[in-house]
Design a protein around this ligand. Structure first.
Ligand SMILES: C[S@@+](CC[C@H](N)C(=O)[O-])C[C@H]1O[C@@H](n2cnc3c(N)ncnc32)[C@H](O)[C@@H]1O
Length: 480
């Protein structure tokens, strides 16, 4: 846990050598110790936390701070102990479940999104690494044979070789970027001009190797955002995964395939986060200052992510405790946690009935900010999970209007009222929120709870400087 001196030293290095006192470092009411900004990216994405991208995660160290049994001048008592059960009714990608498994705490998650539920359960599944390794090798071998038998690989190799030569000649690094930055070259014109020249050779190669680039049916996400050669490989791997008998391994492989295909969408490097238009030919990439190309094969990402996944499971296995964690797919406003658990894991259901859930640690969605289903549209389309977009609380489609805020208050209050029947007396609930509209006092009142404390944490977006810092509040709610 961070100590005062480290924090002050850290802030001096961040803000320069001006006088930084402990009070400065903490701000008036912000708890700077909870910014966790001193951590490296590899700490906040450690082991299984980075098994699959997910927009809207909280950082594991924040969960750990509230779940572990340390105390400090802000957290004056420990709220959870080994052997307790914690609930996360907005489980997302399973951060609470994973940290609970590290800390010897049982955990139940709930999420409305079937795909998020899958990611969470995969992260906490006990996996036999040798078995996983075996299946990964088998599928990779079959995929490579499939690709080798097709012309994709030879086409992509020829195109890559051509582009490497072309870029070295016309977009030398770093000279080209420097010239563009100093406006000695009209970057846009130059880029477009070379895009045209490359297109001619590209079309020749497509014809030479007899490659079909776009899919015939582009109505759905998979048809629109994947080039034909990539789509064939995706379908091939999916068929291999379906044939795997071990359900745990099958689920892990499914998440691995999903992570792979997310990286293989036919888009430019600049538009990876917000898809604009599918890209089916080489293009000038301002990000890399050269001609880049969309992907025609999934092999390299599949291999990279399969090795990474095995490594991450192996790292997590060293830290895991022998406790139970499960994520249930459902609507937290109405779900009957114990009866669902009875069907899924009777031993865990018995424990939940006997000792009850000690408390909640969760980050509910914000109002109208993130579309939790659409961000994984590729996975819903490929795996055929049922979408329940209309049951998302704070859904992006409803935006942030007054009505959307009222619905949000109702939704979160419903979740608290529904889930408190599973909680032990004297429960503690921690909700991480960016409550700029001051909705949580009403939510607490509707749920018959009081706000016992508020921990304000600064969120410093150092990589996206223009977005600046904002603060989040961790509301501590208790029964009246
Ligand atoms: C902010 S995210 C949680 C992220 C999580 N803390 C993590 O680290 O991955 C909120 C989650 O609430 C889920 N959600 C929204 N409405 C829900 C509802 N009615 N019942 C259950 N889950 C819901 C969304 O699908 C989303 O995954």
């Amino acid at each position: 846990m961070v100590n005062k001196d480290d924090l002050v030293r850290y802030y001096k290095s961040y803000y320069g050598e001006r006088e930084v006192s402990w009070k400065d470092a903490l701000g008036e009411d912000l708890n700077w110790a909870l910014s966790f900004d001193y951590l490296k990216e590899s700490d906040t994405t450690k082991h299984v936390h980075r098994l699959h991208p997910y927009k809207g995660k909280f950082i594991p160290q924040l969960v750990e701070y509230f779940l572990d049994d340390h105390t400090d001048e802000f957290k004056r008592e420990a709220f959870f102990r080994r052997g307790d059960i914690v609930l996360d009714p907005f489980c997302g990608s399973g951060t609470t479940l994973v940290q609970a498994k590290e800390l010897g705490i049982h955990a139940i998650g709930v999420d409305i999104s079937a795909f998020n539920t899958l990611i969470s359960n995969v992260k906490v599944s006990s996996v036999h690494l040798a078995d996983l390794h075996f299946h990964v090798l088998e599928i990779t071998k079959a995929l490579k044979k499939f690709v080798y038998d097709s012309q994709h690989l030879r086409f992509e190799t020829a195109l890559t070789e051509y582009l490497n030569e072309y870029n070295t000649k016309y977009f030398p690094s770093p000279e080209f970027k420097i010239q563009a930055r100093n406006k000695e070259i009209n970057e846009q014109e130059y880029g477009e001009q070379h895009e045209h020249i490359v297109a001619a050779r590209y079309n020749q190669l497509v014809a030479e190797f007899g490659i079909t680039i776009r899919q015939t049916n582009q109505e759905r996400f998979l048809g629109k955002w994947y080039l034909q050669p990539v789509r064939e490989e995706i379908d091939f791997v999916f068929e291999q995964i379906k044939a795997v008998e071990n359900v745990h391994i099958k689920k892990i492989l499914t998440v691995m395939l999903s992570r792979t295909i997310r990286s293989c969408r036919a888009t430019t490097h600049a538009d990876l986060a917000t898809l604009v238009e599918p890209v089916a030919a080489p293009y000038y990439c301002a990000k890399h200052g050269k001609i880049c190309k969309p992907l025609f094969s999934i092999v390299s990402w599949w291999e990279r992510y399969s090795k990474d996944t095995i490594q991450r499971f192996s790292d997590f296995a060293k830290l895991s405790t022998d406790t139970m964690q499960v994520c249930l797919n459902g609507n937290s406003e109405t779900i009957d946690i114990v009866s669902l658990l009875e069907k899924r894991d009777p031993e865990f259901a018995n424990l939940a009935k006997q000792q009850k859930v000690r408390g909640i640690f969760s980050s509910p969605p914000y109002v109208g900010l993130i579309d939790y289903h659409e961000q994984h549209a590729y996975a819903y389309d490929l795996f055929g999970f049922e979408r329940k977009d209309d049951q998302e609380i704070g859904s992006m489609a409803k935006k942030q209007s007054k009505k959307a805020q009222q619905d949000y208050v109702q939704g979160i209050s419903n979740v608290l009222n529904n889930t408190k029947r599973f909680l032990a007396d004297n429960y503690d609930i921690f909700l991480v929120a960016n409550d700029k509209n001051n909705l949580y006092p009403d939510i607490a009142a509707n749920a018959g709870m009081t706000i016992a404390n508020q921990y304000k944490r600064p969120v410093l977006n150092r990589t996206e400087k223009d977005k600046g810092a904002y603060s989040e509040t961790i509301f501590h709610l208790k029964g009246r």
